[in-house]
Design a binder for this molecule. Sequence first.
Ligand SMILES: *Cc1c(COP(=O)(O)O)cnc(C)c1O
Length: 372
Amino acid sequence: MSDEDIAAVVEVLQSDFITQGSVVPRFEDALAHYCEAQHGVATSSGTAALHLACRALGLSEGDTVWTSPISFVASANCARYCGASVDFVDVSADYPLLDPNALEDKLKKTPAERLPKILIPVHFAGMPCDMESIAILAQQYDIAVIEDAAHALGALYDGQACGNCAYSDATIFSFHPVKSITTGEGGMVMSNEATLAQRMRLLRSHGISKEPAEMTQEVEGEWHYEQLELGYHYRMTDIQAALGLSQLQKLDRFIEARRTLAERYDTLLSELPLQTLPATLAKRQSAHHLYPIAVAHRAQVFAQLKKAGIGVNVHYIPIYQQPYYRALGIDASDYPQAEKYYRDTISIPLYPDLTHTQQDKVVEALSGALAK
Ligand SMILES: *Cc1c(COP(=O)(O)O)cnc(C)c1O
């Protein structure tokens, strides 16, 4: 948080509107401009953004969503909120991103009535999925695509900003404090489809409209409003949007800092007995949200690093391993690459303010843990 961030929030607190004023639309426009998308719909969280996108695309009971098992549970939960079934597509061997080959196989094997209505590829660790291959298959099978770009604000695909929706119906971002920029809690859906954006705005605010053209009843006076369908309260406040606008000014610097630190890890770790993910993939530039490594004896190494005061984590336990999803009867043997990836992975600290001294300490602790 910079002084500018704090001043931007204070300015809203001292203005007439702390929510539903002019700052949320300004943040939406600014991010849409940054991503070169037509529309931005700000939400109370990334999860709310996923749910809105699913609802607006008409997802309901009897439908199915396919997503990546190596993700945060929100990527799958959004489908369950709509009463839809969830299934998973395995990740690639070289990087834990939804594998277009596994997708093609699974599409071919699935009876027509059980094909997914929506596919949610996840840009894990800030690395965009192979969107072109995914989009070709989605088009062929008439499947809508929502990009879960919670990790990937600031990433590039084919030289274009992630979030431009060139290969999808919608792209969602999260502004939780661990993501590229923060609003405390918050999210946004980007889309180039005007009717979809309109529907998401309606559903974001209870399904209530005051638009004269949308009224179905006689308008007695200016107070008139109509609830046209069952929506939610998923709005972002102006306080949050002010922080988001201020943070957006620094996004490119944040990503640059993450990239430099990730490259420094690449060099420092190259002599250690561990595996890192590829720094780049064809046509893609990562937002470097995470720095996952693969090590033998993961549990011991993790415990050693914790003991040394290093803020390590594991991203992620495959979603189908969660008791809630287990109970839905999903078979882990269907996802060999996700299993293999999860078995050895640890995320080590990576954030824009990480100093070289801190980074050296991480590498030293890691080196010690691996020697045991
Ligand atoms: C953070 C995250 C979300 C959800 O975002 P919230 O703002 O926390 O609701 C969804 N998907 C992925 C991959 C995430 O990392």
